[in-house]
Design a protein around this ligand. Structure first.
Ligand code: GLY
Ligand code: MN
Ligand code: MN
Length: 443
């Protein structure tokens, strides 16, 4: 049994049961599907890679782990791929028992009745919601019962979210690998980009390297934006030619054994930042370095956001993008014109990972950083091309710099320090194909 599952069972209340579903395949069009991605909670607890499975976990049982899976089927497997079946679920994934998924609905009485509490996350898988609700309705309508269904239903992410937020040493190793692969892909991009290349060619080079190094692929759709495409936060078309004199913003991460990395670098297409580009870059870089330093035990997520706003507002004043008193500009949220997103998020199996950002239900008390958390640090400035109020030289510049930081007992470790962000180092890599970064700190 996976260590995570063991810990989850320990956190469940006595005499409770959990239903944790796998993801389903998603239709791409007509009879083709998107590449399958397992549900991260299900993956975290079971490591079972197939769609349409359900884990049922009984906290107080000697055999707590039951898996419902797609049955073996020679015809289906010839057409659509191998299946573990019930035998594989027990033999290779540590299930105490395994049954065909077709039996799940009929087994619900046996699985649920007599337990006090059910851990199940309603409102994500509406079909499964219905199956469970139908069962409960029938139970409620029947008067004679030999045992009662659970009287309390709880969202299991109360447990899994907390667990996933604090990474174990084994998880950190996988995240470091995901980070290293993405670092290598970003360095390859720096060495390869030149005027006339298409954004899509950069994307394909990076993604080919990721796959080659053992990543499952990207951890989210890559953002490869040249020129003012960099001012569109989630630009994913990635199909325009790169122009001499423009910047390119690359936000791309790898997924390794389910774990995500998330890196952004912004650099000149022709290998040399203009003076104006560098002025904006330096403001973002300085903010990013200070926010990395800030990401340590005791400081809170909210205070870090405020800190990034303060630093960038000062920077925007210096650049002539904003005028006025810093305090007033912050109060009026004037900075949102050029800095409209958060400074970072939790990172793990999901790129925007599980775990609560507040310690109370009313979302008032921001969470302090603690060892084992991994967060991104990604300030940016985006100056729209048609923004008449901005100095002309800055219009159409979009810059974001993003690293992945592990909070430790004594401070933090930058997992993505392997890809340079110092503008001189980037220019040197682009022009000589060599990195001086390895011996330098990434902070
Ligand atoms: N790449 C998504 C993000 O930075 O949050
Ligand atoms: Mn991010
Ligand atoms: Mn990103």
């Amino acid at each position: 049994m996976r260590a995570q599952l063991k810990k989850f069972i320990e956190a469940m209340e006595p005499n409770s049961v959990a239903i944790i579903p796998a993801a389903h395949e998603a239709t791409r069009s007509y009879d083709t599907e998107f590449k399958f991605h397992q549900d991260p909670d299900f993956w975290y607890l079971t490591g079972f890679p197939e769609p349409d499975a359900i884990a049922v976990i009984h906290a107080s049982s000697k055999k707590p782990f039951t898996l419902y899976v797609r049955p073996r089927d020679p015809v289906m497997e010839t057409w659509y791929g191998r299946r573990q079946g019930t035998e594989g679920a027990v033999k290779n994934f540590g299930a105490d028992r395994a049954f065909s998924i077709e039996k799940f609905e009929g087994d619900l009485g046996k699985l649920l009745d007599g337990h006090d509490k059910l851990y199940y996350r309603f409102a994500l898988d509406r079909k499964l919601d219905d199956t469970i609700l139908n069962y409960l309705s029938n139970q409620r309508l029947r008067r004679l019962k030999t045992a009662y269904p659970p009287h309390t239903i709880v969202d299991p992410t109360i447990i899994t979210g907390e667990m996933r937020l604090h990474k174990s040493a084994d998880e950190v190793k996988l995240m470091q690998r995901a980070a290293d692969i993405a670092c290598e892909a970003h360095i390859l991009a720096m060495k390869s980009v030149k005027p006339g290349m298409n954004e899509g060619q950069v994307e394909s080079l990076m993604e080919a390297l990721m796959r080659d190094r053992g990543a499952n692929g990207v951890s989210y759709n890559s953002i490869i934006g040249g020129g003012d495409n960099a001012t569109i936060l989630h630009y994913v078309e990635n199909n325009m030619p790169l122009k001499d004199g423009d910047l390119i913003l690359i936000d791309a991460g790898a997924e390794y054994q389910g774990y995500a990395s998330d890196i952004t670098r912004t650099f000149p297409v022709n290998g040399k930042y203009t003076k104006a580009q560098r002025e904006v870059y330096d403001v973002v870089l300085d903010t990013q370095i200070q926010c990395i330093e800030y990401t340590k035990s005791g400081n809170t997520v909210k205070a870090r956001q405020d800190f990034s706003i303060e630093l960038l507002t000062e920077g925007m004043k210096k650049l002539g993008l904003l005028k006025g008193k810093t305090k007033d500009l912050i109060k009026k949220k004037s900075y949102m014109k050029y800095y409209m997103h958060g400074v970072g998020h939790y990172l793990g199996l999901d790129v925007h990972d599980a775990g609560r950002y507040f310690t109370d239900q009313t979302a008032k008390n921001s969470r302090p950083f603690a060892p084992g958390m991994v967060l991104t640090v990604e300030p940016g400035l985006y100056i729209p091309p048609d923004d008449k109020s901005a100095p002309a030289k800055y219009r159409g510049i979009g810059i974001r710099i993003e690293d992945d930081v592990l909070v430790t007992k004594d401070g933090n470790v930058n997992l993505t320090a392997g890809v340079p962000k110092d503008p001189d180092e980037i220019e040197s890599i682009m022009n000589n194909g060599k990195s001086k970064a390895a011996s330098r700190s990434g902070k």
